[in-house]
Design a protein around this ligand. Sequence first.
Ligand code: ADP
Ligand code: ZN
Length: 431
Amino acid sequence: MERFWNEVEAAPREGIEEVQWSRFQEALRWAFERVPFYRDKLLQEGVRPERISSLEDLPELPFTTKSDLRYQYPLGLCAIDQGEVLLFQATSGSTGRPVIVPYSREDLEVWAECMARALWAAGVRPEDICQNAYSYGLFTGGLGYHYGAQRIGCAVIPASSGFTERQVVLLRDLGATVLFCTPSYALTIAEYAEKFGVDLRKLPLRIGHFGAEPWSVEMRDEIEERMGIEAYEMYGMTEMMGPGVAFSCRYRQLHINEDYFYPEVIDPVTEKVLPEGEEGELVLTSLGRRGMPLLRYRTGDLTALERGQCRCGRTLVRMKRILGRTDDMLIVGGVNVFPSQVEGVLLGFTELEPHYRIRIFKKGYMDAMAVEVEVKGEIYAAEARRTELERQVAEKLRQVVGVEVPVSLVAPGSLPRSEGKAKRVVDERRG
Ligand code: ADP
Ligand code: ZN
């Protein structure tokens, strides 16, 4: 049985770099010739494609930002003719205008390929049945996973997200061996199954493939335990294609499909490229993309890169699990706090449920933060124990995160449940 979906995953570095360089040259020409936005931007900066003589010259190119993409709404960055577009997908647009992404036939091929590599690395095989509980529609999770699983030859149950009771019934009755959804929705499904007396650990389900939102290692362990599965991870974003940019191997390392997405890590403030191993903002350049080529796209996601062969045998560069986003970092009392750090602390307490909410509000002129987290029923009912546990959790948060955070333990089942991307930070600073 072959170990990799595609040999390129374990190719020698020079081999990967050769592919990257040749695809990059084409990508740059493609963007320059077909997208007026890029032609103008490059000419303005005095960059001529023929002057870029190796990938080392990449920092000469300007960045592309999320606001560039919004400004070009709906199709200002489209590099192909209308007749060549096979699919549109879009971001949710919850924080502004959505970004619309057009895919050519080749783009859909690449998407299926990247997704198949990821699922194969998790041990998904043609005989598997995959229940896809990512939302189908404009959101890339649904179709991205669908294409990948079908490329391998699996049966797909396009359950989409929501109707949690039906998810559990389908898992039980059709016996899916693989589940795709966001980590927070996996928890919702697990909780529902427990309530309905369906023991997921006794079902054929053996692999979970989760992504699209940040989650702590503690959350991963919790999901594995409650579902009796091995949990794998996907990373990606709609602007770049969707899920499939990076995926975890069995050694829990996130590998970037770097023959299609060229990664750099920059200091988000100085915008300088950082050396390998240093943490900063991930910047991606699409290689070989037709519909919407992107040069040096600032993802806003914080990570670090690591080259060198992984224990799994892959040579594809590794990225650290996402620590947070440049725009979801909270500054409380002058200290930088990421929601995922808070999650890690909370899930370390067995008395707590993995459902929490972080409130951000103004206290005088300063930003302050408070945490609400569900606690097991028997502790909620015992006031003295509850108060003592609140004190312990707050103390642990102070040690790990470095700020005083008031903690309230709330009744089990009282916080909202997620069906897609969880919204755990409630910002009360405006309005
Ligand atoms: P997708 O359809 O892949 O979820 P979106 O554009 O809706 O794409 O969201 C992309 C963002 O979601 C990323 O920039 C990142 O902040 C977050 N994200 C995706 N996957 C992960 C992951 N595995 N870990 C942490 N954050 C993630
Ligand atoms: Zn690996």
